[in-house]
Design a protein around this ligand. Structure first.
Ligand code: SAH
Length: 219
């Protein structure tokens, strides 16, 4: 077990160097979060040896944990600080929420599949992520009671940016969201300004569908 810990620590160091720093992610807070979070614990034990590879992995229910580089790129785009409150749509394995929770003050994360919601909740308790708040519901409507958020991250592909998520973003707040059709999307960064929003296209990506009232209506 101890040997395992050392092995996974080494694999994680290599992952950060070769997959993340080498491709231009440079925010020290993001790099240190990616070094800290034990990614293998967010996938089933049969996949532990692949957990630090340069690819997404299945987490059941036809869903996936994103490739490490995508997680790092999206987190960097959020420009997180230690006082920030973050909303995540699509808890999945819980890995992206844990990365944000290493940097930000609090993370609110919503998942629509009950068993994924439950296993992520259990893992956050086990790993003592006391600053992650979970919710089982349709995240396309956001989390109005806890808004506004300094950052919003959507980890499933949307046909368009859900309006409630824009209105729950603080002035100066940042959002990253994959927008496109069901086969490919563009990763869009949205910054909410005093008089509207500014968007930047960060490039192509591929995510599972964001299903819900303000997302895709069916599978
Ligand atoms: N951030 C996750 C990636 C999960 S994949 C991780 O780090 O592992 C995308 C997740 O979004 C899936 O678990 C899917 O069930 C969830 N999802 C899709 N539409 C949703 C919605 N409307 N509300 C909440 N979760 C949603």
């Amino acid at each position: 077990m101890n040997g395992d810990l050392i092995k996974f620590d080494r694999l994680r160091g290599e992952m950060v160097k070769k997959q993340i720093e080498a491709r231009g992610v440079s925010d020290p807070k993001v790099l240190s979060a990616m070094r800290n979070v034990p990614r293998h614990l967010f996938v089933s034990e049969a996949l532990w040896d692949q957990a630090y590879g340069d690819f997404p992995l299945p987490i059941g229910h036809d869903q996936t944990i994103s490739q490490p580089y995508i997680v790092a790129e999206m987190t960097e785009a959020l420009q997180l600080d230690k006082q920030d409150r973050v909303l995540e749509i699509g808890t999945g394995s819980g890995y992206q929420a844990a990365i944000c929770a290493e940097i930000a003050f609090r993370v609110y994360t919503i998942e629509r599949i009950h068993s994924l919601y439950l296993s992520a909740r259990r893992l956050f308790d086990q790993l003592k992520y006391h600053n992650i708040v979970t919710r089982y519901s349709d995240g396309t409507a956001g989390w109005r009671e806890e808004s506004p958020f300094d950052a919003v991250i959507v980890t499933a592909g949307a046909p368009e940016i859900p309006n409630p998520l824009i209105s729950q973003l603080a002035i100066g707040g940042r959002m990253v969201i994959p927008v496109g059709n069901q086969y490919s999307q563009e990763l869009i960064k949205v910054v909410r300004e005093e008089e509207g929003i500014r968007t930047v296209n960060l490039g192509g990506c591929r995510f599972v569908k964001l299903l819900g009232e303000h997302g895709w209506k069916e599978l």
